[in-house]
Write a protein that binds this ligand. Sequence first.
Ligand SMILES: O=C[C@H](O)COP(=O)(O)O
Length: 269
Amino acid sequence: MTTRYTDEEWLDHINQAEKDLPNTPVIFKVPDVGTEAFAKTIDHTLLKLDATKEQIDAICEEATRFDFKSVCVRLKWVDRVVHSLRGSSVDIACVVGFHEGTQDSAEKAADAKTAVDAGATELDMVMNYELLKQKKYSEVYTDVAAVRDVAPYPIILKVILETSQLSPREIVAGCKIAEAAKADFVKTSTGFNGKGATQENVRLMKSVVGDNMKVKASGGVKTVNDCIAMMEAGAERIGASSGVGIMEEAKSLRKQATREARMEGVEGY
Ligand SMILES: O=C[C@H](O)COP(=O)(O)O
């Protein structure tokens, strides 16, 4: 079993990370609304337990049409999504330990391996945030590392902290553990437990992980303005079940901006 630090050593590490937090918030650059780069920030997500195969096929068609970054589904749908997205530039993300995060590490690792063997290129695993709250840091690390071990880079590993259930200090701890386990992203929320992503939590997560990791904002991100707020706070990926609505709003905002620029005689329009 992979271990790294004792719980006491983790505590020192987390205290230090809190001390190192920058005082001045940074505002991150956001891709132009409605562009390809904007669409490529979105993981088009369907995680309802009662999702049907018709709904899964529909999100694959939408993801291809809007050229989203990925389709994000539960394990039982990975085969179908791999088949549906073959030949497209849309990636396949599978959730692991969803949505409680309390499953055994062995079960999480086995599910992660099954997903990757079936063709998933990204894994969104739920951290065992109950253990995190009990300050069992070493066990939380082992749990994330168990999934990383069976799904090394270039598989993208995102660790869902479920920020609505955590204090700011626990969010710092979750980020440091995910970073030490060599995950690629920390992600705010499952969308199934309490409030989803907030600008404040995304900002905190980005300030902890800096350039070492990326941040994914998910849960309750429903509009272009929500996306902008998250990206300005440091998110580079958005997880949303409202991707189509977001893109339709983005396209109409873009059209409107072009029309206004033309009317004002802005060069290039
Ligand atoms: O990971 C993504 C979330 O489950 C999506 O949540 P949402 O339905 O609030 O967009």
